[in-house]
Design a protein around this ligand. Sequence first.
Ligand code: ADP
Ligand code: MG
Length: 348
Amino acid sequence: MSTITLGIIGGGQLGSMLAIAAKKLGVNTIVFCDDVDAPAQNFCDKFVCSDYTDKDNIIEFVNQVDLVTYEFENIPYETLSEINKLKIVLPKPSVNRLIQHRLAEKDFVNKLNIRTTRYVSIKEKSEIEALDDFLPGILKTVTLGYDGKGQYPINSIDELNKLDVDFSKGYILEKLVKLKKEISIIITRFDNSKYEIYEPIENTHQDQILKYSKIPADISEKIFKQSKDWAIMISEELKYIGTLCVEFFIDRNENLYVNEIAPRVHNSGHLTINAYNISQFENHIRAVCGLEQVHLKKISNATMLNLIGDQIIPYRERKKFENNEFFFDYLKKEIKKKRKMGHLTTLV
Ligand code: ADP
Ligand code: MG
C-alpha cells in the first residue's frame, strides 16, 4: 500500500502529538496552521502557515493530502466543508459544526436522554434579569470559547451589571453545578459498534483550565459505567470516526452530567501516551486512516500535571527525571500567562 499523507488542521501541542503518532505508524503529515510559530512544525513532514479562510492555500494543501483531520474545534465550518468537497474530512464537518456550538451541543446530548447542566440561550442582557433561577451561573459565549475564555461566572444581577460583556455575541447561561468531581472519557470509534475506550480520567481545574489528571478516577462503580455508556452512546449517535472526549461533572449528590464534548484528542488524555499500549493520538490516526484496530491494554496508573505559563521554567532547567516521569515541552516560543507550555506524566 502506498504511504498515506494526512493533513492536520491546527499546529498546537495536540497537532505535534498527532504528527508524532502518525510518524510511528508510517503516515506522512502536513500541518496547516495560522500561527507561524506553531509547535507542530517541529514534528510534521511539511508545514503550511496560512489563514484558515485563504481558499487558494487551502486548495493547495488539500491537493497534497489523502485525507484531512483537525486538532481543535474552532475551525470555520465553511473551511471544513470546502475541503470535504475534495477529500475526506474526519471527524465529519457536520459533527464539528454541532459540537462547536454550545447550545446545539447541549440540545443534542439532552435528546439522547443524557443529563447536562440546566442552560438557556441569552441574546440580550435584559433576559438574564428575569432568570435569577439560573444564578449562580456561568455565562459562556456559544462559540469559540476554550480554557475558560469567553466565560463569566455570575452570582447575582448586581455582579452582571459590573461586567463588561459584549452582548452582540450569542451566549448561553448555565446553572452552576456544585461540583464534587470532574472526569473525562476518551473514546476512539472506528466503525459501527467498533471502538476503543479508555477508563475514566479524573480532572482538576484551576481558573477553568485543566491543571491535573489521574487514573484511576476515584469514582463509584455506577459513575464508572454510566460515563462510559454515555460516551459510547454519543459517539455512536454521531457516527463518529476518530478520537473524541466527553467531559463530565459529578455533583455532590452523585449525579453525572455531560459538560461538553471535544471532537478531537484532549488534554486530559496526555497520560494515555505512557499509561496505555496505544495512546489517544495513535488511536485517532489509526481510526481516521483506516488502519488496524488494536485492543487497548493499560500499562500503569498515572498522573498528569499541566505546566501553565512560567511553571514550565523549573522543569526545563531540571537535568534528570525519574524513570517513571515523562516531561513534555511543547516548544512554544513565548511563555504567556494561562498558556499550556508542557506537562509531566508520572506512572504510579
Ligand atoms: P472550556 O470550553 O473552556 O473547557 P467548560 O465549559 O468545559 O469550558 O468550562 C471549563 C471549566 O469551568 C469546567 O471544566 C468546570 O471546572 C468549570 N465550569 C464550567 N461550567 C460549569 C458549571 N455549569 N458548573 C460548575 N462548573 C463549571
Ligand atoms: Mg471544557
